[in-house]
Design a protein around this ligand. Sequence first.
Ligand code: PXG
Length: 290
Amino acid sequence: MIIYLDGEFVPKERALISVFDHGLLYGDGVFEGIRAYHGRVFKLDEHLDRLYDSARTIALEIPVSKEEMEEVVLETLRRNDLSDAYIRLVVTRGVGDLGLDPRKCPEATVFCIAASIQLYPEELYQEGLAVITVSTRRNIPAACIPRVKSLNYLNNIYAKIEANLAGAPEAIMLNAEGYVAEATGDNIFIVKKGVLITPPTHVGILEGITRNAVMDLARKQGIPVEEKVFTLFDVYNADECFLTGTAAEVIPTVKVDGRLIANGKPGKITWELIAAFRELTKVDGTLIKQ
Ligand code: PXG
């Protein structure tokens, strides 16, 4: 495995980070999780835009232009001869001393890992997930902005631990006011009377690339889409529910907190969107080979 690290392509064994890197010491940094399908990187521009927006928000200067970063991702895939892959692109504050002041770090650390992808079992898509709501609330934007895809994932990890202890594959997180926010690594959608509904970003969520792609697909199919706040009442009484994310794509959710969603089977609109999303990944995306 060949890793891109600070301007070089090195074997995995030589891709090492200092213990003084503030990404490690303070979770000070940003990242992206990206997929490649059939020799194309899905929504690469959108992922790069989000990475640079996240970095700007935490006042982190990325020492590589967006155009160069695109080439970093593509070249990492080429060096590993991958056409279907999971890509992890990370920018940390870099090496400093033991003080948390970011000014202690003169230059950001940049690395890119491309690995073969571990697919979710097909049964999960056929049968749907049974998830729970956890007591850990999503970070409030006034403290730690959820739209920033930062290296601080402890909020989500607390929720994941609660899900693990309850034997659930994913967890629904509410915001501090009790509105439905998102899952630990996925966005949430419900369908009610033919309308596709997802929380707006101001609820305090990551604005998922898959979320946005699914909303576009729905609109193209003539399905009305609304971004509006809702509660667990709306989830329990939804006609359909699903989660979206780079890793899971579009995955039906058929039980929440022990309540069946409608008849407990993945819904019709969910199936249509799963199919449309799978088609999109075949044709959309930046070609890896020139
Ligand atoms: N919410 C959160 C909190 C996330 O971390 C999403 C929503 C979905 O966003 P995208 O852009 O992927 O549609 C995420 C993304 C992993 C993994 O290894 C997690 C994510 C992405 C890729 C891999 O668990 N989270």
